[in-house]
Design a protein around this ligand. Structure first.
Ligand code: C2E
Ligand code: MG
Ligand code: MG
Ligand code: MG
Length: 280
């Protein structure tokens, strides 16, 4: 009997694996042609200054609409794009598209908002990354300070010496830098102090239970204190409730981002949002 069960499990497992493998191959294949077929588009999520709710930034979030699979979340396809060597081109498309979008908004009179673009660890290693960023900014008549680049803590700490070097070069052209998902990787504090960053993004896993979990609350407070001691601003990610916002406001988180303020939205919705009076 045990043998039969084992065998059934094995067959079930095989069927699952085959299914997964097919999905994976389908994903890879589709990704390769997605750029040419124009299946990618961008969403923008407002980042607000804590004390007055002014929108100071828009995080650029990549979206993929597949004709059969539907919307595939970036957490699923970006790792695959990295593995198959597509993230360089894809990242460049994101940067170009977002910068030319910001140029449009600037010409419509929206002067004070910057864009925050996510960089993959592989883009950090790309030759001429800094020159490319500089040339995209130039082509769109943007200043370095109009762009913030977000790099996850784990990506930055993978090779901190390289990160420090590239970050310094990006700072030299005026680009702002943020460490994303802070608290989920392993930061060496001795490297953190050497990274020329302007912002830490406190990961939303700590914000989620901030009211009920004293450990999460302690991590948030301590991270904010650490950042401020180093002269770095804190962006709280994933703020969904008034209570989370109040807590973070009292602990002096500088900037907030989350569904409480706005979900990521298509470019067309951004001017409407920027013009609308907000009372959260
Ligand atoms: P991230 O950079 O940490 O982006 C924030 C994620 O949190 C986004 O998920 C956003 O939609 C989500 N979020 C924002 N506010 C809330 C909230 O209040 N509650 C909850 N539950 N979620 C919230 P999204 O768009 O699915 O992106 C996931 C990840 O994919 C991003 O995490 C980033 O690591 C990656 N990603 C997205 N676009 C790009 C890109 O253009 N390039 C690269 N390299 N990575 C990207
Ligand atoms: Mg991000
Ligand atoms: Mg994040
Ligand atoms: Mg993330």
């Amino acid at each position: 009997h045990a043998k039969a069960v084992g065998r059934n499990n094995y067959q079930f497992f095989r069927a699952e694996m085959k299914h997964l493998t097919n999905d994976r191959l389908l994903l890879e294949h589709s990704l390769h042609e997605a750029l040419e077929k124009g299946q990618f588009y961008l969403h923008y999520q407002p980042q607000v200054k804590s004390e007055n709710d002014h929108v100071i930034g828009l995080e650029v979030l990549l979206r993929w609409g597949h004709p059969v699979l539907g919307n595939v979340p970036p957490d699923q396809f970006i790792p695959v794009a990295e593995e198959i060597g597509l993230i360089g081109r894809l990242g460049e498309w994101v940067l170009n598209t977002a910068c030319s979008q910001l140029r449009d908004w600037r010409s419509q009179g929206f002067k004070d908002v910057r864009i925050a673009v996510n960089l993959s660890v592989q883009q950090l290693r790309q030759a001429h990354l800094v020159e490319r960023v500089a040339s995209v900014l130039r082509a769109n008549e943007l200043a370095g300070g109009d762009l913030e680049l977000e790099i996850t803590e784990s990506a930055a700490m993978l090779n901190p010496e390289v990160a420090i070097e590239i970050f310094n070069a990006l700072r030299n052209i005026g680009v702002e830098l943020a460490i994303d998902d802070f608290g989920t990787g392993y930061s060496s504090l001795s490297y953190l102090k050497l990274l020329p960053i302007q912002r830490l993004k406190l990961d939303r896993t700590f914000v989620k239970d901030i009211e009920t979990d004293p450990n999460d609350a302690a991590i948030c407070s301590a991270t904010i204190a650490l950042a401020h001691a180093l002269g770095i601003e804190v962006v709280a990610e994933g703020v969904e409730t008034e209570a989370q916002r109040d807590y973070l406001l009292h602990r002096e988180a500088d900037i907030m981002q989350g569904f409480l303020f706005a979900k990521p939205m298509p470019a067309e919705a951004v001017p409407v949002f920027l013009n609308s009076p907000r009372a959260v």
